[in-house]
Design a protein around this ligand. Structure first.
Ligand SMILES: C[S@@+](CC[C@H](N)C(=O)[O-])C[C@H]1O[C@@H](n2cnc3c(N)ncnc32)[C@H](O)[C@@H]1O
Length: 273
């Protein structure tokens, strides 16, 4: 190998700063994933070579790093979707198998054309209608036997993601948390209602679900691909309208346009009767 080729190969393998786990963000907290970081990586090991992973909600890139860790060796492609990538660390910008998609997770999901997904991770805005809309747009792209992972599915009672927001606090708004979205979408209400500090495990003819209640909760759903879970929700237009209300609480029209957010109701849901 020529010195130039050697340099490119080395750079492509370790990134411009020498390792994919390098970050310049100092001592700030980079992620609240906690033990789930290891769980995420363990899930990648259950997927075959050449898999496709999608990370909705990247921030500093910790979840993305777990997905990309051996993507070069195992020929995976990892897509990170976020409204902004200003905080992205770990040299993921230069990782040859990591692809950034700047945009709104729900809008990007409605236009996804990069094939079947083996592992989908949801960790954007932690409110029920946002997570439901993401599940609506993305789960149909998950391959049979693939995984849907939702972080933040176990909150202390009474708390919610937008408690920091002055407008929401003044209006007394408490948005339901992502566990409720997972429960409704996959028909797991009973399981979540009776979940204890040990979580739960559920298997049926299509699903295998493991709910971990630690580190804000993570629910791992393996989908068999024989059911369209969108049929579990009767009125998707109402759910999309609720998400629009949440986003209007957070952003003005110009910002929503800048992010390219499409707030239209789903219309052609395609759910069988
Ligand atoms: C909790 S952080 C993600 C944490 C990350 N998964 C980790 O491992 O630490 C949430 C991220 O979701 C992004 N986000 C919020 N709403 C979004 C949306 N509608 N579409 C895409 N990304 C969104 C935010 O910009 C933020 O970076």
């Amino acid at each position: 190998m020529s010195p130039d080729a050697q340099a490119v190969a080395t750079w492509g393998r370790y990134g411009p700063t020498g390792s994919w786990n390098h970050t310049t963000s100092g001592t700030c907290t980079l992620s609240d994933l906690g033990v789930h970081l290891l769980r995420l990586h363990a899930l990648t090991q259950r997927c075959g070579r050449g898999s496709t992973f999608v990370d909705l909600g990247v921030a500093h890139g910790v979840s993305s790093l777990a997905l990309a860790l051996d993507a070069i060796d195992r020929d995976h492609d990892v897509y990170g979707v976020d409204l902004r990538f200003a905080d992205l660390g770990f040299d993921l910008r230069a990782h040859p198998r990591y692809h950034r998609i700047r945009g709104d997770s729900v809008t990007v999901g409605s236009r996804w054309d990069r094939g079947g997904i083996d592992l989908l991770v949801l960790d954007t805005l932690h409110v029920e209608p946002q997570v439901l809309c993401e599940l609506h747009r993305w789960v149909p792209h998950v391959r049979p036997g693939g995984y849907v992972v939702v972080h933040d599915t176990a909150w202390p009672p009474g708390s919610h993601d937008l408690a920091w927001h002055a407008g929401a606090a003044a209006a007394g708004t408490v948005w339901p948390t992502p566990d409720r979205a997972v429960a409704r979408f996959f028909g797991l209400e009973e399981h979540f209602a009776h979940a204890t500090h040990t979580g739960f495990h559920h298997v049926d003819d299509d699903l295998e679900v493991t709910h971990h209640p630690d580190s804000w909760g993570m629910t791992v759903v393996r989908v068999g691909g024989t059911r369209d879970y969108r049929a579990n929700i009767a009125d998707w237009d109402a759910v999309f309208a609720q998400r629009a209300a949440v986003l209007h609480t957070l952003f003005d029209e110009a910002t929503l346009r800048w992010y390219g957010v499409d707030l239209a109701p789903p219309g052609d849901v395609g759910v069988p009767p």
